[in-house]
Design a protein around this ligand. Sequence first.
Ligand code: UDP
Length: 320
Amino acid sequence: MANCKRVLVTGGAGFIGSHLCERLIARGDAVMCLDNLYTGAEANIAHLRDHPAFAFLHQDVCQPTTIEVDRIYNLACPASPVHYQRHPVQTTRTSVLGAINMLDLALAAGARVLQASTSEVYGDPAVHPQPETYWGNVNTIGPRACYDEGKRCAETLFFDYRRQHGLEIRVARIFNTYGPRMQPNDGRVVSNFIVQALRGAPITIYGDGRQTRAFCYVDDMVDGLLRLMETPEPETGPINLGNPVETTMLELAELVIELTGARSKLVHLPSPEDDPRQRMPVIDRARDALGWTPSTPLHTGLERTVAHFDAMLRSGPPVL
Ligand code: UDP
């Protein structure tokens, strides 16, 4: 195909990464998926493994790589607080060394490189909702800092490689994303609530449940990432990608109960340390620069996600 590109997706066996690989292949690109399978899963890419345009590299992004490539999406990093806090030093290493390795690869290969940054760069935000111009409020020594500061440093590296070497970079700040292929036990709120509801177990609300997030369906997120990557220079981001509908955890729990028909009760557990109180993106920049707005309402996206977990729980081994 004339416009076929050689695309590297780090973290390609993860939740967002596997959806991205799928979409790239569907549009005719040749995809190399690099993943160390720490939180990624072979099951996420099982349906792509035999495709002639797909290759899997079982490798850690912390190892330098030499590949001929036109585009790099750097998604590799555990993203759930439960996972990224388990080996915090490795989390920072993955963000920082992974960014350096992918930037060096982009330089050597003449490729454009996109960093999957995060709304966590805003920390527990003192400005609400969050525009890209807000510099954030991160506790540098708290338990979330391994992720937040790792991602902040990666953004710094991206912009310094651009200033110093003229590299073509793109930076997306990804807000809470959900959908099929989230791991049932990854500890995040959407997967926790749905799995608990489907099993009739109590739904665990951390704190008073009045903290907010804005949830974006994975197909919309992938669409935003693809658009950002192909948006011409001089657009670099950082650009917020998220669905600007603010939802409390109590509202989310009610919605999940309604969609599953569960009889689960709500139980309140202590709030995690440094848990951000509120979060919602301003997406004017994505609208203007990318012509992007999320189109999947929370209700619709949750229905699909419930169907995914329902099928998984019926067919698979018990989820611990
Ligand atoms: N949360 C909750 N119950 C759970 C898991 C999470 O109430 O079983 C809360 C958590 O305290 C946070 C919000 O849901 O306020 C989103 O948490 P998640 O780990 O999904 O994402 P992040 O904090 O990284 O946005």
